[in-house]
Design a protein around this ligand. Sequence first.
Ligand SMILES: [Zn+2]
Length: 415
Amino acid sequence: MTQSNNLVGSNINLVKSHNMRAILLSLLRDDKVSRVELAEKLSLSNTTITNLTSELLGQGIIVEERIETPEKPRRVGRPRRMLRLVPSARYAIGVHIGVGLFRVAITDLFAEIIYNEIEIFDLTTPPEDVINNIVQLIEETIKVCDVERERVIGVGVGASGLVNYEKGISVLAPRLGWENVPIQHLMEIQLDLPVCVDNNVRAMALAEAFFGDGRGVGVLAFVYGRIGVGSGIVVNGRVFRGSGAGAGEIGHTIVIPQGGDICTCGSTGCLETLLSEPVWIRYVEDLAAAHPDSLIAATLNLEDERTPIERIFSAARDGDELIQQFIEERACYLGIALANLVNVLNPELIILGGMLAQGSDLILPIAEAKMRETAFARLGENVQLKTTSFGWRAGVIGAAALALTTYFYKNVEVI
Ligand SMILES: [Zn+2]
């Protein structure tokens, strides 16, 4: 949406759509609400609420439940009629495209995952083939779940790198080797469903704002670290995308002004050169080679199911001082980048995901102290820093949230 849309006039259908959206969002946040409460909360007439909720009842999107209210004896015999959303009334499909893997999940109206699948792809695979494989997995997922296709409201795609949401294009994803890939178009010509695409971390931030710990929060940022580092910003329920496709590229904040390592973006000293899985694994492997008798060397050599990053965190937890010092130093750089984010945005909440959440017991306290110490005046004191409660599901839940907020909770006329 461009800024100029704020200046567009309104008509009766838009008003209805706006009111419908307000009702659905209210039901999403409050679980059960009576018509009278809805009318009061939304400053709408009882007639408007009755008309709009009848429509939703007719479509099976909400149900009415009678609840006795013993605390109000005068009302005995006149149970309150409460309305609530039916989570399984509609479904959304979320697609998370990471570096070398994609996940497809089907969720209900509360972004709860009903089914999900993961597939690995080689980075030399042409993007068109990756999209074709995603489409195939979506079709299989709909079949396996036995979900009626007309109940699927659409597909949300969260992709790594710069994404143009308006056009549904992956503008640039250097780690995937993708440039100007028309994801939305390629998927819509094969699927009989609408498709929307955004950056994967922006989608995660959106999920937190509507379905996670960010509910009711005015300004929040989601900071995700894995192969790279990115952030998503949500302001009053809307994703902040900047003037192009690049808002939130915190990974390219320069934290070492001189003499830093070269980043994939071509610059030097970016946060990403100090804080990402590949960078950590490379550094720690060298450290282990230089200290063959260390705990980390032994941990890396163990034959078990854990990923290298899990082994690094585990060695630190088991007392490897070299690794503890390394993590502490890197967490400080994260704290500086977070302080910059706080100074610019003044968010109420920052949520960490990916490897930052996996190692949050080691990373968060250090990053938090540095952020509070470095941020301007009291801005750092007032922000809450926590890890995502979505865990590994943040990517697909984010993508599904993108579909739900684009096609269901926002533009309700499509239902
Ligand atoms: Zn960079």
